[in-house]
Design a protein around this ligand. Structure first.
Ligand code: AMP
Length: 398
């Protein structure tokens, strides 16, 4: 009977999942249950992206919480996994706090420690934990591994890990944690496998998706990240503001009387490309629009990303490669060109044709810095972590 690894990414009203087979991690199925508690919708596809299930609920039997949603996903899985068994489960967990620098096998004690971190990521962590509890209920005895978005950044030097607040705040956990770590780790490992010298080099990876950040990586390890205490900091995103003078937040609350909830909504949901353009958070919409606000929003985005590339190169003491990844980084050739425009002084220069067709290497021949486009795969990274973490556990127990 072959073994399956189930990877779960539980959000506020959705559970995304991927199923891999065997130690070669062959992707079998990927899907999501959206609209949990409201208008649930299950979509499942195979590795060739052919639809296998597309179901909506309008009746009383609609899944109302994560456990019910997971039950439906499991029922679907059981119907197709004949001759196979789910032998391990990996969970994406947004926050590992100051202590979790690597994936961890989930026990009752670990779960209690993760619950204590809810205060650091109140918008995400409770849903991640609901996914873990639901999976423990449905798969008693199946080993489960938590993989953290923060873990890859835990080796940051103190200067990159701290805010310039009195030190007791650092001790209380008010730190620059950084996020998107599973994506950066995936990219760093793939590049090291492709080109070991580059893997030991100085990389700036720009994870530009609906959420966006940049990471400075040297010798395969994260040195700095544009994201800080929350996933709000750094470059502007689809609907998030990115770096902002904290005085603005004080002003909005003290002088304009906005409540913390209103400010949170503004900064998380109404800012970024959506707020700047007044049109859309989606780069495809902005590129297709001839409205000046759309072009301005894209220019702003490119400006801030370019600025952070310069900052990350300074932290690294030079640059060997710039890597674009995630939805925008992998697909938006026009934005990549805008971002790189003016970075010739760093040795960055694009080949327009290669950039337009999204080649794996888009830098002009004979430039000092390679500019690469790579697909990121956080779910596969989690599946790799599950295998390695459980193997290490078995080796330690032997
Ligand atoms: P992600 O969060 O990584 O899935 O990225 C989602 C974002 O990528 C979308 O909101 C778009 O802004 C952007 N995107 C996806 N496909 C394209 C494309 N073909 N051209 C430009 N932008 C794209």
């Amino acid at each position: 009977m072959s073994d399956l690894i189930l990877v779960l990414n539980a959000g506020s009203s959705s559970i995304k999942f991927e199923v891999f087979e065997g130690s070669a991690l062959r992707l079998l199925w990927l899907g999501q249950m959206e609209g949990i508690g409201a208008a649930p919708h299950l979509l499942v596809r195979d590795a060739a992206r052919r639809s296998l299930a597309d179901r909506r609920w309008t009746t009383d039997d609609a899944p109302g919480d994560h456990a019910a949603a997971l039950g439906i996903i499991m029922d679907w899985l059981k119907g197709v996994m004949t001759g196979r068994r789910v032998s391990s489960i990996g969970h994406r967990v947004v926050h590992g706090g100051p202590d979790f620098a690597a994936p961890v096998v989930i026990t009752a004690a670990v779960l209690r420690r993760l619950e204590a971190l809810v205060a650091l990521a109140p918008l995400h962590q409770p849903h991640n934990l609901a996914g873990i509890r639901a999976a423990m209920e449905h798969f008693p005895g199946v080993p489960q591994v938590a993989c953290f978005d923060t873990a890859f950044h835990r080796g940051h030097p103190w200067e990159a890990d701290s805010f310039a607040l009195p030190v007791e705040f650092y001790d209380r956990g008010i730190r620059r944690y950084g996020f998107h770590g599973l994506s950066y780790e995936y990219i760093a490992r793939r590049l090291a496998a492709e080109d070991p010298a580059l893997g030991r080099g100085r990389l700036v990876v720009a994870h530009l998706g609906n959420g966006a950040s940049l990471c400075a990586i040297r010798d395969g390890r994260s040195l700095d990240s544009t994201m800080g205490f929350t996933a709000l900091d750094g470059v502007p995103m689809g609907t998030r503001c990115g770096q902002i003078d904290p005085g603005v937040v004080l002003h909005l609350m003290q002088a304009e009387g906005m409540t913390p909830a209103e400010v949170a909504r503004l900064l998380y949901k109404e800012s970024g490309l959506k707020g700047l353009s007044g049109l859309s958070q989606d780069v495809r919409d902005l590129e297709a629009s001839d409205r000046p606000e759309a072009s301005r929003a894209l220019s702003y985005f490119a400006w801030r990303v370019r600025r952070e590339i310069g900052g990350m190169a300074a932290v690294l003491g030079g640059l060997d490669a710039l890597v674009f990844t995630a939805g925008i980084g992998e697909n938006a050739a026009g934005l990549r060109a805008r971002i790189c425009d003016g970075l010739g002084f760093l040795g960055i220069s694009l080949d327009p044709q290669r950039n337009a067709r999204g080649a794996a290497e888009i830098s002009a021949t004979a430039t000092a810095v390679k500019v690469l486009v790579r697909h990121t795969d956080e779910e596969r990274m989690i599946a790799e972590h599950v295998l390695a973490t459980l193997a290490a556990g078995h080796a330690a127990a032997a």
